[in-house]
Each structure stands twice: as structure tokens, then as C-alpha cells.
Ligand binder design. Structure first.
Ligand code: NAD
Length: 453
């Protein structure tokens, strides 16, 4: 018995009937999504609190308002984005009409992770709706409380013949991936990204893969340590470190490490108090499995700040590790928790070499008062995104594409990039039926004269 077939059939039929094509329909669905967020705001905040102990402030900033902003941007620009894009013509086509038409792929599958369980399912959904697709959504089974609201409430605000929310863990998602979709948008780990891409290959389905990795953070000697510490701590410990674009480790000189450690301690105390466990602003680790994995990483290097953990509420203190070796587990896997290792290097060249020996990260950060240092790091490395002198501010700008490169993913989205990701760019040329005499120079039999045309 296949639990997905009937639902998929319904979506395919709705797409074939052209139900999602008009701008009016798309706008109505986007407005429905906006209403869903407003009418269930409190319930969603409560669910995020239960899943991740996410504070109302973090929930507002990183889940709700970002989704509203994407919806509003799409509503304001929908008609302009949908317009055919005229392209320049050459001599052979100067009397024709040539344009790129953005047409929907068809039935799209969106698979989401648990760390921003609302944002990472709704923001892609905005793009998929705006581009005129039917959509099957598969939230993460790990963020159970948010998943429950998505499956029970969201469909009430959307056209049910065109949109569906389905449930499932690894096994069910594997089953789901055996079906033919017209596009798959996956956010999650690099390991599962490979499974998704292999399944998509069976049907030649195009994919966007938004994956993870280790995001380096280079700190130059010419910096104000407290400013750097404030910014790195904010973005490392936000959502208890469970952020794909969080600075994963710091690279700096031994001298800068000496100045950075007390500054990080001061930032952590200022943000979360003397006992961070009592702070309402520090999240918790999503599951026992992730808690055990992170507790294991606390044994790497030497604890310079924090290091405490409490299994009963999956609490890991904001931690800084020093004397960390490149070969230790904390430098081998994506940390995805409130632990910040510092690896010392003797020069900018050594830092760049360290970064380039590894997989291309999703994000890369460089701090320096000297703009040429930041620009050098940018020029000599590669990553999905880059931010100089701050944490992941580049991703709040919808005019920048958000996505990875290499092992951190392929494709991008946000704002118009989402619309383009979920659209097939169809090359169109419309020629007049007449002017046969002029065009007949193309026809065989060819002679040396034909080449002079
Ligand atoms: P995950 O890969 O374990 O799960 C993601 C989704 O895939 C979930 O919906 C899950 O049900 C499904 N899944 C899990 N195992 C599967 C399998 N064997 N077959 C088919 N489907 C399967 O990731 P996660 O733990 O939910 O999220 C954390 C990871 O996601 C981190 O690596 C993080 O960096 C990454 N991430 C990336 C971004 C980004 O935008 N690039 C954003 C958030 C998280």
C-alpha cells in the first residue's frame, strides 16, 4: 500500500488542469500562507519553544518575520517576475520575437530539516507557489510539534487539490522519493542530500540541495577582539548553535586567541548571564541523539569557556575549545551545536590553505579592520556565501542568492532567486509565417554562394 500515490495523483491532475497558472491563483495562495502565519502565530511560537526551546524573539526573527517578508516580496513582484523576458536578437532573428518564458515545473517536492522547521519549509514554498507549481511538503519528523501544526493547519489555508503536507521519517521519505516529481528542493545534511540526488537521478528530476558543512571564521590580528567576540558568539550560539550558516570554527593567530577567549567569555556572560542554563534566550538541543553526539565533542581540545552539559533538558553550555587539533572529531564533522573550537594558524596564507584543503563551506566569515584582508580571504577561497566582519547577515538580504557550492549544496533561493529556481526557463522564438523568399536562402542544395549569406 503506497501512502503517497493518491495525494500525488491529485496534485498531478490539478497541475495538468492548469489550476496554478494564473497570477490571481498564486497571489491568493500566498495570502493564505500569510494568514496561516498570522492566525497561528502563538501556536507556532509555542511549538518552536517545545521543539527547540526557541525564544519568542528568535522565533520571530528567524522563522516568522522572514517568512512574512518573503511572502510580501513575492506578492509585490509576482506579475513582474512572471513576465516574459525579452532577449537581444542577432542578424538571423532580427524580425522575430525572442524571449524567455518562466513556466512552472509541475509537481514539486520540498523536504525540510528540523532546525528552522518553519522558515526552511515556508520560504521555499513561497517560491514554488509564486512560480505556479503544485507542491508536496515533507516537514522534518524530528521537530514534532511544528510538524503537527504544519500537517493539521497549513492545508486549511491553501488549495488542497494543489498543495499537500505529508509525514515521514527516513524510511517513508525514501519511499516518497521513489515517485517521479518534476523538481525536488531538499534542505538537510550532505549525507541525505546524496540519497535524495541518487533517487532524483532515477527520474532525471532536477534538484536544489541546501546542505551543511563546516563554516570557517578567520579572525585577523588587526581586530577589536570584543567586537569580534560579540558577533561570533551571537551567531554561534543562536538557536543553540543549530544553524547551517553558523561560524563552525575560528582560525586565528595564537596571540589573537589569547585576546579572543576572555572576550568570548564576556560576550557569553553578557548575553546569557552567569548561569546560561537559566537564560530564556538560549535554546536546547533538538534530541537525545544529537545531545550525545555533542557531549562527545566536548572532549576535544581543552575547554576554555563553558563545557557543562545536562542530559535531562538537553542543555549544552555555550562553549569555547582551544588547543584543538585538525584531526579531532570536532574538526572533522559539522558541529551543529553551541561549541566553538579555535584553531591557531600563523598567517593569513596558512588560514587560506586550511580552508581550501577542506570541502567548500556553505558560509565563510572574515574579520579584520583592514578591508584588503577581508577581500583577500574572499578572493582566495570559495563558499556558498560570504560575510565580512559579521555573522550570517548575507542571508537576510533577499536580493542575494542563498545556497551552497560543492559539498554544501547546489542551486540557490530567496526572493526572485526562489522564483527562478522553481521555474523552467523556456527559450522561445516566434517567427512570422511569411517572408519565405528571404528565409529560403537557408535551403539546400547549397552552393559556394550560400556561405556568403
Ligand atoms: P537530515 O538530512 O537528517 O534530514 C533532512 C530531511 O531529510 C528530513 O525531513 C528527514 O526526514 C529526511 N531524511 C532523513 N534521513 C533520510 C533518508 N535516509 N532518506 C530520505 N530522507 C531522509 O538533516 P537534519 O538533521 O534535519 O538537519 C540538519 C542538517 O541540515 C545539517 O547538516 C545542516 O547544516 C543542514 N541544513 C542546511 C541548511 C541550508 O540552508 N543549507 C539549512 C538548515 C540545515
Amino acid at each position: 500500500m503506497d501512502p503517497f500515490e493518491d495525494t500525488l495523483q491529485r496534485l498531478r491532475e490539478a497541475f495538468r488542469e492548469g489550476r496554478t497558472r494564473s497570477a490571481e491563483f498564486r497571489a491568493a495562495q500566498l495570502k493564505g500562507l500569510d494568514r496561516f502565519l498570522r492566525e497561528h502565530k502563538q501556536q507556532l511560537q509555542e511549538a518552536l519553544l517545545q521543539d527547540l526551546r526557541k525564544s519568542a524573539f528568535e522565533a520571530e526573527l528567524s522563522e516568522l518575520s522572514i517568512s512574512h517578508a518573503e511572502i510580501n516580496l513575492a506578492l509585490r513582484n509576482l506579475r513582474a517576475w512572471m513576465k516574459d523576458e525579452k532577449v537581444p536578437r542577432n542578424l538571423a532573428t532580427q524580425l522575430d520575437s525572442a524571449f524567455v518564458r518562466k513556466e512552472p515545473f509541475g509537481v514539486v517536492l520540498i523536504i525540510a530539516p528540523w532546525n528552522y522547521p518553519l522558515n526552511l519549509i515556508l520560504v521555499p514554498l513561497v517560491g514554488a507557489i509564486a512560480a505556479g507549481n503544485c507542491v508536496m511538503l515533507k516537514p522534518s519528523e524530528v521537530s514534532k510539534n511544528t510538524e503537527k501544526i504544519l500537517v493539521e493547519m497549513l492545508p486549511r489555508y491553501l488549495d488542497r487539490s494543489c498543495f499537500a503536507v505529508v509525514l515521514g521519517g527516513p524510511e517513508e521519505t525514501g519511499q516518497l522519493l521513489e515517485h517521479k516529481f518534476d523538481y525536488i528542493f531538499f534542505t538537510g545534511s550532505t549525507r541525505v542530500g546524496k540519497i535524495v540526488m541518487a533517487a532524483a537521478a532515477q527520474h532525471l528530476t532536477p534538484v536544489t540541495l541546501e546542505l551543511g558543512g563546516k563554516n570557517p571564521c578567520y579572525v585577523d590580528d588587526d581586530c577589536d577582539p570584543q567586537t569580534v567576540a560579540n558577533r561570533v558568539a551571537l551567531f554561534r550560539y543562536f538557536n543553540a548553535g543549530q544553524t547551517c550558516v553558523a561560524p563552525d570554527y575560528v582560525l586565528c593567530s595564537p596571540a589573537m586567541q589569547e585576546r579572543l577567549v576572555p572576550a568570548l567569555q564576556a560576550a557569553i556572560t553578557r548575553f546569557y548571564g552567569e548561569d546560561p542554563r537559566a537564560s530564556p534566550d538560549l535554546g536546547r538541543i533538538i534530541s537525545d541523539k544529537h545531545f550525545q553526539r555533542l557531549r562527545g565533542l566536548l572532549g576535544c581540545g581543552r575547554v576554555a569557556v563553558g563545557g557543562q552539559s545536562e542530559e535531562s533538558d538537553r542543555y549544552i553550555a555555550p562553549t569555547v575549545l582551544v588547543d584543538v587539533q585538525e584531526t579531532e572529531p570536532v574538526m572533522q564533522e559539522e558541529i551543529f551545536g553551541p561549541i566553538l573550537p579555535i584553531v591557531t594558524v600563523s598567517s593569513l596564507d596558512e588560514a587560506v590553505d586550511f580552508i581550501n584543503r577542506r570541502e567548500k563551506p556553505l558560509a565563510l566569515y572574515a574579520f579584520s579592520r583592514r578591508s584588503q584582508v577581508v577581500k583577500q580571504v574572499l578572493a582566495r577561497t570559495s563558499s556558498g556565501g560570504f560575510c565580512g566582519n559579521d555573522g550570517f547577515m548575507h542571508l537576510i538580504l533577499a536580493s542575494l542568492p542563498f545556497g551552497g557550492v560543492g559539498a554544501s549544496g547546489m542551486g540557490s533561493y530567496h526572493g526572485k532567486f526562489s522564483f527562478d529556481t522553481f521555474s523552467h526557463h523556456r527559450a522561445c522564438l516566434l517567427r512570422r509565417p511569411g517572408l519565405e523568399k528571404m528565409y529560403s536562402v537557408r535551403y539546400p542544395p547549397y552552393s559556394p554562394r550560400s556561405l556568403r549569406v
